[in-house]
Design a protein around this ligand. Sequence first.
Ligand code: DC
Length: 227
Amino acid sequence: MTHNKMIPVVAIDGPSASGKGTVAQRVAKALGFHYLDSGALYRLVALKSLQEDIEIADEAKLAEIAANLNVAFENDEIFLDNCRVTDEIRTEECGVVASKLASYHRVRESLVARQRAFRKSPGLVADGRDMGSVIFPDAVLKVFLTASAEIRAQRRYKQLMEKGINANIKVLLEDIRVRDDRDSNRSVAPLQKSMDARLLDTTSLSILQAQNCVLEWYKASCANRRV
Ligand code: DC
């Protein structure tokens, strides 16, 4: 397992459709760091469970799927069992199933080492729900990125429309609220802003402003570490 404490990690956690993925990807690019979309792993387990008709109550089987996922991340594309699933995992159905199975301790455990293996030189930007609290507790910078539920629903709607996926904004808003509630109130690794994370509310910020803010914070945390 690649787990080198010297390699810097920027952890960006936050709720569904907060824009953390876009911001994290851009920050990774600007710093020349690797990028981990941990939500994609939960979505991949969801997709595989749907393909294999696994009951959502079957924690043992879902954990087994998570432990044995045959996935590849290549540039911006994601492959499951050698098939391109980049867009397929983004559907609301996969998101809802991912949110449900993510509440299982054994599923989460099965994905820990896989996530930590993304920590490679020169650094990593990781986005998810528990990047700063569980997976990379020693991250040099922890950001809790959020926005109002209404703005997140609008952003998700736009994203889906651009991909040609049909959506209804009221249904999306309700899904976001239900998912927030489930992700925040589960007993294992709940979505919460940890004490050592900095809050970034992007409700009235552009992607560029949010990205620049994270980059400034990262520079400041590096400078602080040097003194
Ligand atoms: O970030 P996302 O919406 O693609 O994530 C899909 C689901 O996966 C989300 O509802 C909760 C779960 N998840 C998690 O529990 N922990 C993570 N680190 C990332 C995602």
